[in-house]
Design a protein around this ligand. Structure first.
Ligand SMILES: *[C@@H]1O[C@H](CO)[C@@H](O)[C@H](O)[C@H]1NC(C)=O
Length: 450
C-alpha cells in the first residue's frame, strides 16, 4: 500500500471517530448542562440608524466619575435632586451627591463579609452581586441581587430586610428563583422583578443564550411575601419598569432585542404584547425619561456578521446543544486542571467561557458603537444617545436625575455622567467644567470619601 493510501485511510478513520464522538455528545442524554434546546424564534434585524435613531455622538461627551475606584455599578436610584445611590460588585451601596455630584461615600454593604469582588469571579456565596436598585414607597432602597435575592435596605441606618434569600431554595410556582436582575416597586410596595433565567447563574449567562427561553417576570406581594409569575419563557428577562399610572409593566427581553409590555389593569389586564422591537442590540434596564417615555440602555451591540450566525444557530437546536455541551465539558476540564494551577489563570479562562462579558468584549473589538434608545409612552422610538469613541460602553442603565444623565454598567470601573440641562448665558464655564479637569477633581475628592 502506498504512503498516500495509508495517509488517506488515517484521515478517514480520524474523521469518522470525531464524528461519532460529536454525535454521542449531541444526542446522549444526561450530559450537562441540563437545559433544553428548541428552535428559537427568528431574530429580527435591528432597525437602521436613521430617523429617530440617526447617528450622533452624545455619549462621546460623557464624563467618567470615580474611575478606578468602583467596580461594576450596574444600576442607580435617586430619591431627591443632587443625590444618587449606586451598587457595586461585592454588595456595597455608594451615595454620590453634590451640585455636580462631587462627593461620594459607601453607605452600607448588603454582604458585609465580602469586601472586594471583581467581575468575572465565580458566584461567591458571601459576595453580593446587586443588579437592580429602586427606592420603595417606604423610603427604603430595594435591591435585586442575583446571588443574595431581594432585599430592602435603609440607606441611613444600614438596616436590611431580606425579602427572600436566594441561598435558600425560593419556590416560585414549582420552580426555584435563580437570577433576580432588575425591579420596580409600585405605590403599595409590591415588587415587580425579573428572574433573568430559570437555568443559569450570573457567570453562565451564555448557556441561557443558547438554550430555550426560561426567564420570568414576577410580582412579589409585599403583604403576603409571596411571588407570582406574570410572564414566562422570556429569552432572558432583564430591565423592569412600571408605567407612571402603574397600568402596565415593561420587561426587556435581552436576547430578542425587544421590550414587552404586560398589562396589569384595564381591558387588556393579564395580556403581554410587543412594546418596541428591533432594537440596535441587547436591551438592559429601562428608566423613565421624565416626559412619560423611557430610556432603554443597550448593553451590547453585535456586528451584522454575528447576526447571521445567530439566525442560523437559532434554527438548529442540535447545533447549539453540541456547541454548548462541548464548551461545558471544556469548562469542567479546565476547572479540574485549574485546581492544580496556583496562578488561577486556567480557572479564570474557564470562567470566561459562558460569561456575558466574553460576548460583549467580542462585540466591542469590532466596534465601540454604544447606544441608549429613547421611546415615548407607547414604545415609539423618539431619539437616542450614541457613542463611537469608547468613552462610554456596555451601558446597563441610563437614568436622568435633574440636569444630569448617568450611565451605569456591570463591566465598567466608572460611572458615566453627562450634563443635559440648559446652559444659561454666561454660566457656560461654571456649569460645564472641562471633562478632564472635573474628572481629576472628582477622583481626588472621591478618594477621600469612598
Ligand atoms: C474602542 O475604544 C478604545 C478606548 O477608547 C480603543 O482603545 C479601541 O481601539 C476602540 N476600538 C475600536 C474597535 O474602535
Amino acid at each position: 500500500m502506498s504512503t498516500l493510501g495509508w495517509l488517506l485511510g488515517k484521515v478517514f478513520s480520524v474523521t469518522v471517530t470525531l464524528i461519532i464522538i460529536l454525535v454521542i455528545i449531541t444526542f446522549l442524554p444526561g450530559i450537562p448542562p441540563y437545559v433544553n434546546f428548541t428552535k428559537l424564534e427568528e431574530l429580527e434585524p435591528p432597525l437602521p440608524l436613521e430617523g429617530a435613531l440617526a447617528k450622533n455622538n452624545k455619549l462621546d461627551r460623557v464624563e467618567r466619575i470615580l474611575e478606578g475606584q468602583i467596580v461594576g455599578p450596574e444600576s442607580l436610584a435617586s430619591r431627591q435632586p443632587n443625590e444618587i445611590f449606586i451598587n457595586l460588585h461585592g454588595g456595597k451601596i455608594v451615595r454620590i451627591w453634590g451640585p455636580s455630584y462631587e462627593h461620594s461615600k459607601v453607605v452600607t454593604a448588603i454582604a458585609p463579609e465580602c469586601d472586594e469582588a471583581k467581575w468575572g469571579g465565580q458566584v461567591n456565596e458571601r459576595c453580593g452581586h446587586p443588579l437592580g436598585l429602586r427606592f420603595g414607597p417606604d423610603g427604603r432602597l430595594v435591591v435585586a441581587d442575583c446571588v443574595l435575592g431581594l432585599l430592602a435596605v435603609d440607606v441611613e441606618t444600614g438596616e436590611q430586610e431580606v425579602l427572600f434569600d436566594l441561598m435558600e431554595e425560593v419556590d416560585i410556582e414549582g420552580e426555584v428563583a435563580m437570577f433576580p436582575d432588575d425591579l420596580d416597586v409600585d405605590r403599595e410596595g409590591n415588587i415587580y422583578w425579573s428572574d433573568g433565567s430559570a437555568v443559569t447563574h450570573v457567570d453562565q449567562v451564555l448557556i441561557d443564550f443558547a438554550a430555550s427561553p426560561s426567564g420570568r417576570l414576577i410580582r412579589f406581594d409585599h403583604k403576603t411575601k409571596t411571588n407570582k409569575v406574570l410572564v414566562r419563557n422570556l429569552h432572558f428577562a432583564n430591565g423592569i419598569q412600571l408605567s407612571q399610572d402603574e397600568k402596565f409593566v415593561l420587561v426587556s427581553e435581552l436576547f430578542k432585542n425587544r421590550v414587552l409590555r404586560h398589562w396589569l389593569h384595564g381591558p387588556k389586564a393579564g395580556q403581554t404584547e410587543m412594546f418596541v422591537d428591533r432594537l440596535p442590540g441587547f436591551p438592559d434596564n429601562i428608566r423613565p425619561n421624565g416626559k412619560g417615555g423611557y430610556y432603554i440602555a443597550i448593553i451590547t451591540v453585535f456586528p451584522e456578521s454575528s447576526l447571521r450566525v445567530l439566525r442560523i444557530a437559532g434554527r438548529l437546536p442540535w447545533l447549539r446543544k453540541l456547541v454548548t455541551r462541548v464548551l461545558y465539558l471544556t469548562q469542567l476540564l479546565l476547572e479540574t486542571i485549574g485546581k492544580l494551577d496556583p496562578s488561577h489563570s486556567i480557572d479564570q479562562a474557564a470562567k470566561k467561557i459562558f460569561n456575558f462579558l466574553t460576548l460583549s468584549q467580542h462585540n466591542l473589538r469590532h466596534s465601540n458603537f454604544s447606544v441608549v434608545v429613547e421611546v415615548d409612552g407607547e414604545g415609539k422610538i423618539i431619539g437616542s444617545l450614541q457613542g463611537y469613541s469608547g468613552q462610554q460602553v456596555l451601558i446597563s442603565e441610563a437614568q436622568k436625575v435633574g440636569d444630569y444623565m448617568f450611565f451605569a454598567s456591570p463591566y465598567n470601573s466608572y460611572l458615566g455622567k453627562l450634563f443635559v440641562g440648559e446652559v444659561k448665558e454666561g454660566m457656560k464655564q461654571q456649569q460645564q467644567p472641562q471633562p478632564q479637569q472635573q474628572q481629576q477633581q472628582q477622583q481626588v475628592r472621591g478618594k477621600e470619601e469612598l
